[in-house]
Design a protein around this ligand. Structure first.
Ligand code: HEC
Ligand code: HEC
Ligand code: HEC
Length: 181
């Protein structure tokens, strides 16, 4: 190999190395600009959600703006991916050529996030309604600094126990199950 060939190879490699540094720098600057809100992130709207985004930009601009700022929009998770409903779903309805549901539940998320959905299902949060009037609730109030002395059998102050639990209303030792509504 002649000296000139070696020089050419080395200079070509150096130029590639320099270009890759410039490219990485440019990517980092773009990422930081997105983080700082200076540059709009590159989003991918799947074909099935093109119409949703176009029309909802006018009807619910806030929801579109929220979605556009999400990781989902950047990864190509469109409206239909979350709002899609099956024919048998009681809450499903036809909406501009797609069968969708308004309320997106953890079950919808579970198609793509099975591990998180499974963790959530087993968590206390998934049964949040049951926390009302429970001792957990009372504990939280006590931790928050409630001044009333702790009585494990008393309902949450200011609200009727049977309204959320469906338990009978008791006065002294007499419980009147029919008073529950
Ligand atoms: C041509 C306009 C248009 C298109 C296309 C459109 N929507 Fe809508 N959408 C509306 C309007 C207007 C409303 C509010 C009135 C209503 O509830 O019907 C609405 C309501 C909704 C609601 C709330 C319904 C409720 O219960 O309040 C959801 C969810 C929704 N759209 C999702 C979508 C999705 C997902 C797509 C794409 C498959 C889509 N929309 C396509 C105009 C549109
Ligand atoms: C990651 C899942 C996800 C994606 C993606 C998504 N949504 Fe939603 N959307 C939800 C959830 C969850 C709610 C709240 C539902 C509720 O009321 O409990 C919601 C609520 C809505 C509502 C309000 C419904 C009401 O209460 O009246 C509209 C309208 C809507 N979405 C439209 C869209 C449109 C249009 C897109 C696409 C740009 C989109 N959504 C993308 C999950 C999603
Ligand atoms: C069609 C598939 C799909 C559905 C449905 C979906 N997601 Fe996602 N989600 C994704 C993808 C893809 C990512 C990006 C993962 C990554 O970058 O590693 C993501 C990321 C996320 C993140 C992390 C966001 C971040 O900035 O790091 C959260 C939180 C999340 N999803 C919650 C939800 C919730 C809640 C629902 C239901 C309301 C839902 N997802 C429904 C595909 C989906």
């Amino acid at each position: 190999m002649t000296l000139n060939t070696k020089r050419t190879i080395i200079s070509v490699l150096s130029i590639f190395f320099l270009l890759s540094l410039v490219f990485v720098q440019w990517m980092e600057v773009a990422r930081k600009e997105v983080e700082a809100g200076i540059r709009k992130p590159v989003i991918h709207i799947p074909a099935s959600s093109q119409d949703c985004v176009k029309c909802h930009k006018n009807t619910t601009a806030g929801i579109i703006a929220h979605w556009e700022g999400s990781t989902h929009a950047r990864k190509g998770v469109g409206c239909v991916e979350c709002h899609h409903a099956e024919e048998a779903d009681v809450d499903g309805f036809s909406h501009y050529g797609q069968f969708i549901a308004t309320v997106v539940t953890p079950r919808d998320c579970s198609h793509c996030h099975p591990a998180e959905a499974e963790e959530f299902k087993r968590s206390h949060h998934a049964a949040a309604g049951k926390i009302l009037h429970s001792l957990d609730n009372y504990l939280a109030e006590t931790v928050e600094g409630a001044r009333a002395p702790f009585n494990p059998h008393s309902p949450t102050p200011g609200s009727r126990l049977n309204r959320s639990t469906g338990w009978p209303v008791c006065s002294r030792d007499v419980c009147n199950a029919t008073a529950v509504r």
